[in-house]
Design a protein around this ligand. Structure first.
Ligand SMILES: [Zn+2]
Length: 557
């Protein structure tokens, strides 16, 4: 689901072919001109209240925001080296069409429409290169493999998350990020160092210092360890190369992004009380499915948004994330979850609620609450940190993403949802929650599936939604009433179906078996045609929420 972020940028070629016709039909429903697409976005003002921070802390957070702006400059170049020129050309246009195009460009971070299957919306932009701006645009898999066979010593640098590949006089050359983007990373690092100097000793100060070093050295491990130990006080900063969504060529290269937030202490305490139970829950699963559980850290923060930069600021806006993604890292240390209350509330009221009102029957609608959404997002994110991450293969531990390749991300997303549902049931068994608290989760998830379907079926999150939707429908626990276009959701039946989905995903992941993964995805991967009418009926509901940060007041200080 698009609430979370994991490694989802890998190629989905096989799946893309199966649903190509469906996407074409959806694109025509959506329309594709910039003003039409802009009308589908709900812009929400976010005016952060920094009054809880001391003066030095306020200065420090503003420096982190400046660092985030440098990160955005890098990300735009990672998407396309032509972006700076395109921005300049459109910024100078004063006509309405030019202004609309520029606004839509700023929303997408490039000339390809992230809300419409990456169709180009600017003339002559051409097809988005699978490797974005991270490889030569005409690089083929064959050339890559041939090069690595002839130059095995290059493998490490080529497959690194943090190198850009270019071609010079017929040779493929890897350039580390700290060299390729040094003109932006140097000032970003200097802002982080400045912010660290303003803060009292503590986990955030340590992280900012180490992360500044990492931006300059290209070595992120130590600062990732320090980040997992930060606790949102006095504020949250996530900044660096993280997700590999944009690299659709090989699923290797990480995009830069930044997120700055203020702690929501009450919600954090509420959710942390549940997160503590995740460790024992995971240990019992590890016994059943024979895997080694990840490291002990499962930290969690609920935050109010202050600012986003880089990948986080463009296209679909995440409401939560679990990082770092590196499974070897997770085995040693664990991971950290950050949930954005600001975006969760905005999406709940602007997207989810109006869809829920039209597609759920009165019982389902009665159960559709913000609290049930919050709980399910928490469970989903925690579940990303549960289950097997590394599988023994050929006498060594191999990351699941390597073994399951293009199917890793969709299966990981199904697992996070299905295992998340099991975790919520576990919390009821442990008397941490009442059944009434979780009964609305399944109705809220059905609404989330429908929201996903509106932007196509090609991404990992959307495919995961297709798999779950079809499974729940075939189990009879989600029933569609064609007469009035509503759904009945049998929550108990859904939880049962999610249990078997969870078992299936954990079995596939424990074995790291690609063929089994393919059989599983093929079984459920078909476009749910009956939702066409439903999607048309909610076409007036915005497709996405986009935050507009109001920091003027703080900038003047
Ligand atoms: Zn997820």
């Amino acid at each position: 689901m698009n609430s979370g972020k994991t490694r989802c940028g890998q190629k989905l070629v096989v799946l893309r072919l199966q649903i190509r016709d469906r996407v074409a039909c959806l694109a025509s429903v959506l329309g594709s001109t910039a003003p039409m697409q802009l009308a589908k976005i709900a812009f929400v003002d976010v005016a952060p209240d920094l009054s809880s921070l001391a003066r030095e802390e306020r200065e420090a957070i503003m420096r982190c925001i400046k660092a985030a702006d440098w990160i955005t400059q890098i990300y735009l170049r990672q998407i396309s080296p032509d972006n700076p020129k395109l921005y300049d050309q459109l910024r100078s246009r004063q006509d309405q069409e030019g202004r609309d195009l520029f606004k839509y460009l700023e929303l997408n971070g490039g000339p390809w429409d992230q809300f419409n299957d990456d169709q180009p919306f600017i003339e002559n932009a051409g097809v988005r290169p699978a490797g974005a701006g991270l490889y030569p645009p005409d690089l083929t898999e064959r050339e890559w493999r041939t090069w690595l066979q002839a130059h095995p010593d290059d493998q490490r640098a080529f497959e690194s998350q943090c190198t850009v590949i270019s071609r010079h006089e017929g040779r493929l050359v890897p350039t580390p990020y700290n060299e390729a983007y040094s003109e932006f990373l140097r000032p970003a690092a200097s802002e982080l160092q400045g912010a660290a100097r303003l803060l009292e000793p503590g986990p955030l100060k340590t992280f900012l210092q180490l992360r500044a070093d990492a931006l300059l050295s290209n070595e992120y491990w130590k600062s990732d360890l320090a980040w997992v130990d930060t606790d949102g006080r006095p504020f949250e900063v996530t900044l660096g190369p993280y997700e590999i969504y944009i690299d659709r060529l090989f699923g290797l290269k990480a995009a830069f992004e930044a997120f700055v937030g203020l702690p929501d202490r009450e919600a954090t305490e509420y959710l942390r009380s549940f997160a503590r139970h995740a460790t024992t829950f995971n240990e019992s699963l590890a016994d059943r499915f024979h895997y080694r559980p990840q490291g002990p850290a499962i930290s969690l923060e609920v935050v109010k948004e202050v600012y986003r930069g880089g990948e986080a600021a463009f296209g679909s806006q995440f409401i939560a994330y679990n990082l770092p993604n590196d499974k070897q890292f997770q085995m040693l240390k664990g991971s950290k979850n950050v949930l954005s209350r600001t975006l969760m509330e905005a999406k709940f009221s602007k997207l989810g609620a109006p869809v829920a009102e039209r597609v759920l029957n009165s019982e389902g609608l009665g159960q559709y609450t913000f609290q049930s959404r919050l709980l399910y997002v928490l469970a989903h994110e925690l579940a990303h940190g549960l289950g097997p991450g590394v599988v023994e293969s050929g006498g060594r531990g191999v990351g699941l993403n390597v073994l399951l390749r293009d199917l890793y991300s969709p299966i990981e997303e199904v697992k996070a949802n299905a295992l998340g549902a099991m975790f919520l049931e576990h919390l009821v068994e442990m008397r941490q929650l009442e059944l009434d608290d979780i009964v609305g989760c399944m109705a809220s998830e059905l609404v989330a599936f429908l929201l996903d379907f509106r932007t196509g079926y090609t991404g990992a999150h959307s495919l995961a939604s297709v798999i779950q939707y079809n499974c729940l429908r075939s189990n009879g626990c989600v029933r569609f009433n064609p007469g009035n276009g509503t759904f009945d959701v049998d929550a108990e039946g859904c939880f049962e179906a999610m249990r078997s989905l969870s078992d299936e995903c954990l079995t596939i992941q424990s074995a790291g078996d690609y063929d089994e993964a393919r059989r599983f995805v093929r079984r459920w991967n078909r476009a749910p045609l009956e939702v066409d009418g439903v999607l048309a009926a909610v076409a007036d509901v915005p497709f996405e929420v986009h935050p507009v940060y109001r920091l003027e007041r703080h900038l003047e200080q």
